[in-house]
Design a protein around this ligand. Structure first.
Ligand SMILES: *Cc1c(COP(=O)(O)O)cnc(C)c1O
Length: 388
């Protein structure tokens, strides 16, 4: 039997309407041309589709379509944003500020730059998982060129004060990058409210296909982003490679659907999430990780005290959820995000991420509450748990 899917933060299924539209750009009877082919109709049709999709993505975040650069996903967008800014400067003249709870797709490019001599500050969040404007302000030096702060954390759903940090960066003439992969479809995203220079997006986090994303690059900015992939000069030289029209059409349609159903969908999912949390609280000795108010409506990160998270995941096999732990060869490392928020190893090991989405039903939530209740009660009464 297929499990109840409660791992929407990892990826989402492609909306059927999106998949249907994508199929029109693949096969011999469709518009399969290369959008860069200027000499015939199939090229023009593919280009038109790509540009329409660009408009849909731009509209969703309050951008101009000329500010959207297509990429393969948020990992590439983050790399392009961070290295693309840094390479304008000598390492010793470039200070980058980011947060400890960022996705690896931000932390790893930053660590790479640090290994090349760039100056780096990694801010630690409070117990609530948030990084404050004051922390960023305190960390700034005259060499600070870039601040990178995610809008919504992928593990906890905690929202950072990106608009406040954006205002600070604007004041200090510092470029501001926001990884918004988890924000689209969950919180209201407006790049002007954020005063962002660069914003990373990923289609598969909002019911589009995997393998496509975008980077918003502010036009009214002196920034000259350095390309990371060189080739045919596509995307105004910022990202070469044949545009995958079917992928772009998929991302565009997914963006359009998010815009169309935003209020209704976030309200519905938020209610289900609250209902789930009430049900889990009733089990007793559970706590919510991260700020209870500044959060995405679709995330819950829950610590089930005195229970091993991996064992609990095994016990609720009818649910597809995530532990946030990274399995490195033999050992299971507790989530670095939860650890940075000050959770003990034990509490981090007892925590699970539950994330809801478009296809989550009330029935799914009722069944999830029953499964958790039974599994946690069972594990807590097991003799080895009492000894441990
Ligand atoms: C999923 C995710 C990424 C990576 O996106 P891909 O498109 O899968 O490369 C980056 N940042 C955050 C916050 C994410 O949730």
């Amino acid at each position: 039997m297929r499990p109840i899917y409660l791992d929407y933060a990892a990826t989402t299924p492609v909306d059927r309407q999106v998949a249907k539209k994508m199929a029109d750009y693949l096969t011999v009877d469709g518009d399969y041309g290369n959008p860069a082919s200027r000499s015939h109709m199939l090229g023009w049709l593919a280009e038109e589709a790509a540009e329409e999709a660009r408009n849909d993505v731009a509209d969703l975040i309050g951008a101009d379509s000329r500010e959207i650069v297509w990429t393969s996903g948020a990992t590439e967008s983050n790399n392009l944003a961070i290295k693309g800014v840094a390479e304008n400067y000598a390492p010793e003249d470039c200070h980058i500020i980011t947060g400890a709870t960022e996705h690896k797709a931000v932390l790893d490019p930053v660590a790479y730059l640090k290994s090349k001599g760039y100056l780096v500050t990694i801010l630690q969040p409070g117990r609530d998982g948030r990084i404050t404007r004051a922390q960023v302000a305190d960390a700034m030096t005259e060499k600070t060129r870039l601040v990178s702060l995610m809008a919504v954390n992928n593990e906890t759903g905690v929202c950072h004060p990106v608009a406040e940090v954006g205002a600070l960066c604007a004041e200090r003439n510092v470029y501001f990058h926001v990884d918004a992969a988890q924000a689209i479809g969950k919180i209201h995203v407006d790049i002007n409210d954020w005063q962002a220079t660069l914003v990373s997006l990923s289609a598969h986090k909002f019911y589009g296909p995997k393998g496509v994303g975008a980077l918003y690059v502010r036009r009214r900015s002196p920034l000259q982003l350095k390309a990371q992939i060189h080739g045919g000069g596509h995307e105004r030289g910022m990202r070469s490679g044949t545009l995958a029209a079917h992928q772009l059409v998929g991302m565009g349609e997914a963006a359009r659907l998010v815009g169309q159903n935003f209020d209704e969908e976030t309200t519905r999912i938020g209610r289900l999430r609250d209902h789930l949390w009430l049900g889990l609280e009733r089990i007793g000795e559970v706590s919510l990780n991260g700020d209870p108010t500044h959060r995405s409506p679709s995330h819950l990160n829950v610590c089930f005290h005195h229970v091993d998270g991996e064992a609990l995941m095994m016990a609720v096999r009818n649910l597809a959820i995530s532990s946030g732990s990274a399995c490195t060869s033999a050992t299971v490392e507790p989530s670095f995000v939860l650890k940075s928020m000050g959770l003990s190893d034990q509490d981090a090991h007892s925590s699970l991420r539950i994330s809801l989405g478009r296809y989550t039903t009330e029935d799914d939530i009722e069944r999830a509450i029953s499964s958790f209740t039974e599994a946690v009660t069972g594990l807590r009464s097991a003799p080895e748990q009492q000894r441990g």
